[in-house]
Design a protein around this ligand. Sequence first.
Ligand code: HEC
Length: 292
Amino acid sequence: MKKRNPVSITILAVLLIIIVAYYLFVQNFTYLTSPLFWGTVFICVIIVMIQNSIGDLVENQKFLKLSEAEKSAYLEEKSKPYFKALYESAFKKQSVSEEKDILIDHGFDGIMELDNQLPKWWLGLFYFGCAFCAIYMASFWLTDFAHPVKEYDDEYKMQTAAVAEYMKNVPQATLETAVFSEDNVEAGKEVFQTNCVTCHGEGGRGGIGPNLTDKYWINQPEKTLFKNVFWMVENGSPNNPTMQAWGKNGVVSGNDIQNVAAYVYHINQEQPPITVAEGGAAPQGTEAHWEK
Ligand code: HEC
């Protein structure tokens, strides 16, 4: 007669499975305070107890039918501590005298095949793997657990939030503090390509917006070219809403305005203007005399 697992071990195993399953579906441990979780635990424990009681009854009935020798062998087996017995059975090997019982009826060249039992530790791992696979597959199909797309989304949101947080705290250039630097021209070019090129054309040659490479300017609120560009991007055009207030509207940060102003300064002062003959827009406004 087979020895049964103690009920405490079964309850522990069931608890473990419930915890793992809940974790896979909820994906954190907040469920530990939920009545649903404890309800599941309660019901499962009751079911295990009932199953155990039925097992007890069946065991008693079977026990009565054993011979005296079998009874004492069984009782001795049963009195062994659970984990000791488990350990021993995990590494149990057939004795030579038992081999004839498990000899399979085919062999070759004198080599015979034995129907050995699989080691218990191997079977245990195998069953655990099967159970885990089933729970994992179920949670994969039914929930967001371990979904690469979902994980990517979460990660992406976290990173953009971190970037936004950083941008909020990093000191931003203002009209007063902004200075021209040759180092910002490259970064400014990128800002220009992203936000401005649709209206001001490739290289600032003009289009919907004025040519930014020539000496003629509609708006001249500031005395230096660099600050003038900063002012325009920060505040937009007072007369023409097509040129929006990129800075005030929060579309472009202070540091990016500083960069793009450096780029516009660069194409206006450090490069020849793009003339009408070269595909540039015709001059608009009046000639500007920028202070250095
Ligand atoms: C939707 C089209 C549009 C976009 C995008 C745009 N602008 Fe403009 N921009 C204009 C228009 C139109 C004007 C002329 C405003 C006026 O008439 O007062 C202008 C004017 C300007 C001026 C002043 C030119 C002058 O002669 O007074 C600067 C400098 C400028 N824009 C820079 C930029 C920068 C830098 C960006 C990108 C951050 C940008 N603009 C994006 C349409 C645009």
